[in-house]
Ligand binder design. Structure first.
Ligand SMILES: CCCCCCC/C=C/C(=O)SCCNC(=O)CCNC(=O)[C@H](O)C(C)(C)COP(=O)(O)OP(=O)(O)OC[C@H]1O[C@@H](n2cnc3c(N)ncnc32)[C@H](O)[C@@H]1OP(=O)(O)O
Length: 710
């Protein structure tokens, strides 16, 4: 786990060996501890170089170990202190990554030499923690409080060049880092080390320290959306700035104790693994990630250059593909060309054409035109004739039937959905949608392409809205029903924002445009002149329906783009939402017209109705085999719908709340609203509760049992 050998006559070279990222699990900590002791007592050794096997210094503490009540082996703090106290110089040779505990390890060394491509950082905040093995105390002493706080709070990866400027690295080199570190170690043998022991150094002084920390705390409170870890980061760094090292370490230990087994830390760490679980996809046919090969993709075409098409073009170009961007409307094409060039800052290989024929020779097409089945069918028919044999035809539809599009083509097995999220070049999620005829190779190719674009890709089955939008529907529906019953957009949004969403459902709807859902509802036959004539306004397909969104659109209130929606904006395109007296009147008149009596609605009811309805649909998605696992659903929600990471995604949240409580809540609300089928607890949820509410990683056993009885 920690290889020890003496090189160049006097240098103990200690190499951490725990692939793939050399995480500091118990055996590694033990190995390091013993290796340092050995170097200390070996008379031949006058200096030490610490490195990581296979070009990676260290990815930090082993997150998989965190669930253990008592961690075996020596504690990291103990290992690092032993290293810092060594009387022989220790040089960290940093290649690849030094993250979290890996950077803390490097900070306990006396010198740090990094490769020019190396990255360092403290991503613990993303795991609901902070650098609690000395990092919060040593980093400010090395680089100063403001830089340290920024690195610790953001969790960002710092490139070697910047780390050198900050003084975090002593040297950056392009050649073999270990060789350079060995040479350097020999050059400092026998020299005094006191100033290189960060625990001995005071923090560089900071003017207006109180004001600095007060401001930092205010900023963190406003951005953390209820997450505790960022607040603890500020408290710990303040300790470093004001306390002697050993006192700071005591504070750090106390603060880490409050986080380590907290619900938020568990949720965030669950998200870390859920993010990666999507890569191990499988299809109901048994096809899997490790048995299917992706086709090589060098060129792609994007059809339709609205907002989504432009973002997709940028994402593909940034991934190194040569892209043909097609838009039949000349004016839109010219505008898109300007916008894409701006986003790519002149880089990328993109050509533009008004003609679909330009897609003839590409390896893959992403269709991103208007959400209208007839238009998409026509395009797929044309693409099938125009493109060379073997071209993968994908669609960015957010709800429509992939199989219907596939049936318009010569090779339906080459058709999959690639559902991006706006803005497509920024949002991390990609839903890869397979229909009954999509080939495993097509899925593997889309998944691989998602990875190249840096996306969190999740393979899902074909149904209306796939996973994300299918679950969103009951959530939006509840929000509208709550307005009918007496809530305001402000009340609903406040409850959801307090829960941790960056934006409540109505602000989000104003941002994305109310007309988008209106168009989908028209397509689904839920609204439109031909549909509504002679029908009761609040019932569709024998169930409760809220026409509020349709009525708003009929008034021309599409949200931010028109200057009014659920809120009022100072101008079309304005961003600052203000309460709108018009809307209050509108809701009052609507309720009066339909004999609805407004009642007081609590934030708890808002949360339970919106979130439980969404979660209930998540169970149905699992039941139907549309998502392969709750982890996949949660990744979709965290990376596509901004579900707060510290709540772990909807299915994890349900497991934390308690499945029995969710079931009870749904039963309660369904009794109160029997005309709302989305509130009726689904059978998988009932079965899970009947099986004693197993932990989330055991749900699949109940799902399998459930499916085999279908
Ligand atoms: C004794 C404990 C005392 C408490 C001390 C508290 C203070 C210290 C805390 C920490 O150090 S927490 C950990 C901080 N480090 C991180 O957050 C880094 C996490 N890893 C990454 O960001 C990335 O993995 C990477 C290092 C940038 C590499 O990225 P890459 O894309 O190359 O690979 P991945 O697919 O992400 O990972 C490969 C494989 O490795 C698993 N893994 C990665 N890091 C860890 C880890 N720190 N612990 C355990 N496992 C890790 C990851 O899950 C992948 O596994 P598979 O999915 O392939 O099974």
């Amino acid at each position: 786990m920690a290889q020890y050998r003496v090189v160049s006559g006097s240098v103990a070279l200690i190499t951490i060996q725990n692939p793939p990222v050399n995480a500091l699990r118990a055996a590694v900590r033990e190995g390091l501890f013993n290796a340092i002791k050995r170097a200390s007592s070996d008379p031949q050794v006058r200096s030490v170089v610490l490195s990581g096997h296979n070009g990676t210094f260290c990815g930090g503490a082993d997150i998989k170990e965190f669930g253990n009540v008592s961690l075996p082996g020596p504690h990291l703090v103990e290992v690092f202190q032993l290293m810092e106290d060594l009387v022989k110089p220790v040089v960290a040779a940093i290649e690849g990554f030094a993250l979290g505990g890996g950077l803390e390890l490097a900070l306990a060394c006396h010198y740090r030499i990094g490769h020019s491509k190396a990255r360092v950082g403290f991503p613990e905040v993303n795991l609901g923690l902070f650098p609690g093995a000395g990092g919060s105390q040593r980093l400010p002493r090395l680089v100063g409080v403001p830089a340290a706080l920024d690195i610790i709070i953001t969790g960002r990866h710092v490139a070697a060049g910047e780390a050198l400027k900050l003084g975090l690295l002593d040297k950056v080199i392009d050649q073999n880092t270990v060789d350079a570190a060995v040479t350097f170690a020999k050059s400092v043998e026998g020299k005094p080390l006191d100033n290189h022991r960060l625990g001995n150094r005071p923090c560089p002084p900071l003017e207006n320290m109180d004001a600095f920390f007060e401001e930092a705390m205010k900023r963190v409170h406003s951005r953390a959306r209820g997450a505790v870890a960022p607040i603890t980061c500020v408290q710990a760094v303040r300790g470093a700035a004001t306390l002697p090292f050993h006192k700071g370490m005591e504070l750090e230990k106390m603060l880490l104790g409050t986080l380590f087994n907290s619900a938020q830390a568990q949720a965030s760490q669950y998200c870390f693994f859920a993010e990666r679980a999507g890569a191990r996809w499988s299809m109901p046919s048994g096809a899997r990630w490790d048995t299917c090969k992706a086709k090589p993709i060098g060129t792609a075409a994007v059809i339709g250059l609205g907002t989504m098409g432009r973002g997709i073009t940028v994402a593909l170009a940034r991934a190194g593909l040569s892209v043909v961007a097609v838009e039949t409307q000349e004016h839109q094409l010219a505008e898109a060309q300007r916008a894409v060039s701006r986003m790519l800052k002149g880089g990328g290989r993109v050509s533009y054409s008004p003609d679909l024929q330009a897609a003839a020779e590409v390896d893959l097409v992403v269709e991103a035109v208007f959400e209208d089945m007839a238009i998409k069918e026509k395009i797929f028919k044309q693409l099938s004739e125009v493109c060379k044999p073997g071209t993968l035809l994908t669609t960015n539809t957010s709800t429509l039937d992939i199989d219907r599009l596939a049936s318009c083509t010569r090779d339906p097995q080459l058709v999959v959905g690639m559902h991006f999220f706006a803005p497509a070049h920024i949002m991390r999620l990609l839903e890869v949608v397979y229909g009954p005829r999509s080939s495993p190779e097509a899925v593997a190719t889309a998944m691989q392409l998602g990875k190249r674009m840096g996306k969190v890709s999740v393979a899902v089955g074909n149904c209306t809205g796939f996973v994300g939008n299918r679950m969103l529907k009951p959530y939006l529906e509840q929000a509208n029903f709550l307005l009918e019953e007496g809530a305001t957009p402000e009340l609903v949004d406040a409850a959801l924002e307090e829960f941790g969403f960056p934006m409540g459902v109505f602000k989000m709807s104003d941002l994305s445009g109310l007309d988008v859902g209106w168009r989908v509802r028209k397509e689904e036959g839920l609204t439109g002149p031909g549909v509504t004539a002679g029908q009761p306004m609040r019932i569709r397909h024998s169930r409760r329906y809220s026409p509020l969104g349709d009525l708003m659109c009929e008034e021309g209130r599409y949200g931010q783009k028109t200057g009014s929606g659920w809120y009022l904006y100072d101008k079309p395109g304005g961003r600052v939402a203000r309460s709108d007296p018009w809307l209050r009147n509108f809701l009052e008149q609507y309720r009066a017209r339909h004999g609805l009596v407004a009642r007081r609605i609590s934030q708890q009811e808002v949360l339970e109705r919106c979130l439980y309805a969404l979660i209930n649909e998540g169970f149905r998605v699992l039941e139907d085999g549309i998502a392969a696992s709750p982890q996949n659903i949660d990744a979709i929600y965290v990376f596509g719908y901004s579900w707060p990471k510290h709540r772990g995604g909807p299915m994890f949240y349900a497991s934390q709340v308690g499945l029995a409580r969710v079931l009870e809540g749904l039963n309660h609300y369904h009794q109160a609203h029997p005309d709302v089928p989305h509130l009726e607890p689904c059978s998988l949820l009932r079965r899970l509760v009947a099986s004693g509410s197993p932990p989330i990683d055991k749900w699949s056993e109940v799902v399998k049992g459930h499916r085999s009885q279908l």
